[in-house]
Design a protein around this ligand. Structure first.
Ligand code: GTP
Ligand code: MG
Length: 418
């Protein structure tokens, strides 16, 4: 009897040991693709939810949005404590945030350059995660190179077919004729199918990818971009504490032939959904005649720091679905930049859109180099101020300043003119 119960205990212990090993192995692997836990996706939760998401990301483990901000002041100017503290890992809270990049395997060396700059100028001290998305499987080279460069945890997602294909209501013949016509008229990417899938994906789906559901804020990074100045504070935290939902560094006029009916579709949406239009919005940035016509101003979306819960909210999804039904991603060549910009301009109160003057940035062919020599030297910038696009004739940033009653930075009328 005694020998029998000892055997029994042994069996229980062995079973327990096997279960413990299994638990350990399954939790130490990269389990992001297995996650079904979707924290913080409820827009009603607003921008203040403290979701320490389940999962293996070191960033998530660090996420802490219930913190005493006065204990960890953000160094916004050289007079603030901690300004010179650019070595080592930054103490203090982390937002539930990630970098996000849509890329092909062939983009590996160009995205490597972008990552290196983002890390050197900012993320090496903050170690935020980085999500990579692709319509094809990422190859080993892409994963190895990018993982070696990112200081946070990396995640690789395969985009589902339905987010990267023609919806069934699109008339294929009509879409093909448009591409043919745009090719003849030499409209950039006018004959490209993949570019259209990319624009539609960035407009309506990147923030709904399974890997993105774990986060509240994103910073979009493209291949071959440059960051020219040190980033002394956490832009995600800036967004959070200042209740910002969308941000930009460059703005300009859209190429009209790619969006001839986008404003008609927008007006239809406004009529159908007046409840989604924010009081105190930025209509003055988008239209010079009170909404009758689009002036083509948009924020350049290859750089964005934004709130994912806003993009996942009913107003934004209703807007995207209404545009998608109208078919202009395929019957024209609507870009995600005007789509995001019109959405932010109409459905957010204007205080929720932020211009990051101190994040210096280049994506061919435009540069945002902060105005003001002192700012540039304080931030150890390596951009040429003559190349700053902000105050040139084709930029809409002056308009943004005007509609927000903001004063332009000192020196704006001396630097980077046409
Ligand atoms: N996976 C995938 N990514 C793409 C594809 N086309 C574009 N991208 C990515 O989508 C983003 C935007 O594409 P870009 O080609 O840079 O478009 P753009 O910025 O308008 O034009 P450029 O001036 O050429 O940079 C980049 O991050 C690209 O790497 C594609 O077919 N597949
Ligand atoms: Mg690009």
């Amino acid at each position: 009897m005694a020998a029998g119960s000892a055997r029994y205990v042994r069996y229980i212990l062995i079973t327990f040991f096997i279960l413990a090993v299994f638990y350990f192995v399954s939790n130490s692997a990269d389990v992001t693709t297995l996650r079904t836990h979707l924290p913080n996706t409820n827009p009603a939760a607003g921008g203040n939810s403290d979701s320490t998401a389940a999962g293996a990301s070191p960033n998530e483990a660090k996420v802490k949005t219930n913190y005493d901000a006065s204990k960890f002041p953000m160094a916004m100017t050289p007079n603030d404590p901690g300004w010179n503290d650019l070595a080592g890992i930054k103490e203090g809270p982390r937002m539930n945030a990630t970098f996000v990049t849509l890329a092909r395997n062939s983009d590996v060396w160009e995205i490597a350059k972008s990552i290196r700059q983002v890390e050197d100028r900012f993320n090496r001290r903050y170690n935020y995660d980085w999500v990579f998305l692709n319509d094809k499987e990422f190859d080993d080279t892409f994963k190895t190179v990018t993982t070696s460069l990112v200081s946070g945890k990396t995640h690789y997602g395969l985009i589902p077919k339905e987010h990267w294909s023609f919806p069934d209501w699109i008339d294929q013949d009509k879409a093909a004729k448009v591409r043919e016509d745009m090719k003849e008229r030499k409209i950039i990417y006018g004959d490209s199918i993949s570019y259209r899938h990319m624009c539609r994906f960035e407009s309506g789906f990147f923030f709904r990818q399974e890997l993105m559901l774990n986060y509240e804020y994103y910073w979009r990074v493209e291949p071959s971009v440059e960051l020219y100045c040190d980033v002394h504070y956490d832009p995600f935290r800036y967004m959070h504490e200042n209740k910002k939902k969308y941000s930009f560094v460059l703005s300009l006029y859209e190429y009209y032939d790619t969006i001839p009916t986008l404003w008609d579709s927008t007006k239809k949406f406004i009529k159908n959904h007046p409840e989604h239009i924010a009081a105190g919005n930025s209509m003055g940035f988008l239209s010079d005649d009170g909404g009758e016509t689009y002036n083509k101003c948009h924020f350049w979306s290859n750089f964005e720091v934004g709130n994912l819960n806003w993009l996942r909210s009913k107003p934004y999804i209703d807007f995207f679905e209404s545009l998608d039904r109208d078919g202009g991603f395929f019957y024209e060549r609507w870009g995600d930049a005007p789509v995001h910009s019109i959405a932010a301009g109409l459905m957010l109160p204007k205080e929720e859109i932020h211009f990051f003057n101190d994040i210096a940035y280049f994506h061919v062919p435009f540069t945002h180099c902060p105005t003001g020599q002192k700012t540039r030297t304080d931030l150890k910038c390596h951009c040429n101020p003559d190349e700053n696009f902000d105050w040139k004739g084709y930029s809409c940033t002056s308009k943004f300043f005007e509609i927000n009653g903001m004063e332009k930075p000192e020196g704006w009328d001396q630097e980077g003119k046409d």
